[in-house]
Design a protein around this ligand. Structure first.
Ligand SMILES: CC(C)(COP(=O)(O)OP(=O)(O)OC[C@H]1O[C@@H](n2cnc3c(N)ncnc32)[C@H](O)[C@@H]1OP(=O)(O)O)[C@@H](O)C(=O)NCCC(=O)NCCS
Length: 121
């Protein structure tokens, strides 16, 4: 029987303002992916793609390109509060998790308020 292939949506990600730009967002994504793959494998499924939507002017697009290999699949004018891009990462597990990511992730000690990637903004 063919394994179910899962498409996940990255719904919310945020790093505390004072900690932004230090690689923590990238580390969060890279560190999460292998864990997600394990959880899916336990259910007999594989990760096929990750979808992200964000405003066209959000610099987070660069993060999604770097950490996931995501590309803009579509631009939707005037959705929610502004024009929105839908990004698709078709091979999200290709990037390798590195020790520097672990150091960055372990520095997280304060919860920050997550911001929706898409809906509600
Ligand atoms: C988007 C966010 C989670 C990225 O986390 P981060 O820890 O600042 O990102 P990183 O340090 O890992 O940076 C990864 C890349 O993202 C880019 N980037 C994305 N958002 C950025 C921001 N607000 N400030 C600076 N760089 C940002 C950087 O250019 C960086 O690439 P580079 O190192 O090649 O220049 C964080 O900036 C944030 O919480 N922003 C506000 C909430 C938000 O917009 N969330 C996304 C909704 S779709």
């Amino acid at each position: 029987m063919k394994q179910p292939q899962v498409v996940l949506e990255l719904e919310q990600i945020a790093v505390a303002p004072l900690e932004q730009g230090r690689g923590i967002g990238e580390a969060l994504i890279r560190k999460s992916l292998p864990d997600i793959a394990v959880q899916l494998a336990e259910r007999g499924a594989t990760l096929d793609a990750v979808l992200i939507s964000t405003r066209t002017d959000n610099r987070a697009q660069r993060l999604y390109r770097k950490a996931l290999g995501a590309e803009v699949g579509a631009t939707i004018p005037s959705l929610y509060s502004a024009d929105e891009v839908i990004m698709v990462a078709r091979d999200p597990l290709r990037s390798n998790y590195t020790p520097s990511d672990a150091r960055n992730a372990s520095r997280l000690n304060q919860p920050s308020r997550p911001r929706a990637c898409g809906r509600g903004r």
